[in-house]
Design a protein around this ligand. Structure first.
Ligand code: HEC
Ligand code: HEC
Length: 306
């Protein structure tokens, strides 16, 4: 790339409210490989019927195509399963941000009665009864007995590897390619209308708490919002802004998985969070921009048929 162009793209990039996903993150390869086996193994659920991957499908953008997930014993959860892709870049975990990081997040699904419903002791006992896992853990953690923290540690290392770099938009930010005219117009509109005030940063979301219905309130009751944690009335309908990365892959949308079409989701957002409806052309342009946010499937799960 000519020097002037490179300099220009670096300056442009520094000023943009959206940052590209790094091409690599540091993680321990051996632990991640073990974490991957655990992520796919129903041994971590009470009736051995669900694994992490049952609700975080790598062929569905790391999310669940069902509006709400089904856990052990066929029990239904209350909110839509978000993507595990790029979760490492979110400033807190869960729709209402109740876990501070991926390690703390794991306390949720493992013990939730409607997800995997296991106690720490059951997890450790089961794994210690498996020669297969004992050998694997020993190789990495150098201990004869598997401990609960090692299980979480390995899964977190795997989750770190779940990044989706090189989306068309990221390549544009790095000055490697151009967007089409519609994609560019869509991005300009996304900024001009104000979507960018909440959806920005590396995950185009994932870095602030905001109200769903900040301009025109929603009629239906919220589920598991921040109010459930804080009991502060101002936190009703407040959620961590979700990422828009790989958004075309992760339908249905919103915390309750109530909307199947992305176009409809964009319009719901415009109406409730900006105060107006978009015309069909504007919807098309924003959609064109959102389509540029699909990155590469993470290397660590790339060749899995699953
Ligand atoms: C029965 C379905 C189900 C299973 C099994 C499950 N999850 Fe989830 N996961 C969910 C749902 C639903 C949420 C959102 C819950 C909420 O926000 O209140 C979630 C949230 C998450 C998040 C937070 C993402 C974000 O953007 O905040 C991560 C990370 C995650 N799960 C990882 C895992 C891992 C690792 C396992 C296995 C140990 C697992 N999940 C098992 C359904 C499931
Ligand atoms: C005031 C902050 C704010 C603004 C402005 C905003 N959003 Fe959102 N957005 C949110 C929040 C909060 C959610 C989560 C809502 C929920 O399900 O609880 C969300 C959810 C979404 C979703 C669904 C994501 C998913 O995984 O389910 C899409 C798509 C979306 N926004 C696109 C947009 C677009 C396009 C615009 C501009 C037209 C926009 N948003 C403007 C805060 C905002």
């Amino acid at each position: 790339m000519p020097f002037v162009l490179l300099l220009f793209s670096i300056l442009l990039f520094a000023a943009e409210p959206i940052k590209p996903i790094p091409q690599k993150v540091d993680y321990d390869k051996q632990k991640a490989a073990l974490g991957k086996i655990l992520f796919f193994d129903p041994i971590l659920s009470k009736d051995r019927s669900v694994a992490c991957v049952s609700c975080h499908d790598f062929n569905h953008g790391g999310a669940d195509p069902r509006p709400v997930s089904i856990g052990v014993g066929g029990k239904k959860g209350s909110v839509n399963s978000p993507t595990v892709y790029n979760a490492i870049f979110n400033f807190t975990q869960f729709w209402n941000g109740r876990a501070k990081d991926l390690n703390e997040q794991l306390e949720g699904p493992l013990h939730s009665p409607v997800e995997m419903a296991m106690s720490k002791e059951e997890i450790v006992n089961r794994l210690n009864n498996s020669e297969f896992y004992k050998k694997l853990f020993k190789k990495i953690y150098k201990k004869d007995q598997i401990e609960y923290n090692m299980v979480k540690d390995a899964i977190v290392e795997f989750e770190k590897a779940l990044i989706t770099p090189n989306a068309k938009f990221d390549r544009f930010l790095r000055g490697e390619i151009e967007l089409s005219l519609d994609e560019r117009k869509g991005y300009v509109l996304f900024k001009r209308l104000g979507c960018i005030t909440c959806h920005n940063g590396i995950n185009i979301g994932g870095n602030s708490f905001q109200k769903f219905g900040s301009v025109i309130p929603l009629k239906k009751a919220p589920k598991d919002d921040r109010y459930q944690l804080t009991k502060n009335p101002a936190d009703k309908y407040v959620y961590r802004v979700p990422t828009l990365r790989n958004i075309t892959l992760t339908a249905p949308y919103f915390h309750d998985g109530s909307i199947k079409s992305l176009k409809k989701a964009i319009d719901v957002m415009a109406y409730h969070n900006l105060g107006f409806h978009l015309n069909p052309k504007e919807q098309e342009l924003i959609l064109a921009f959102l389509r540029t946010l699909t990155g590469e499937k993470p290397q660590i799960v790339k060749n899995d048929a699953q």
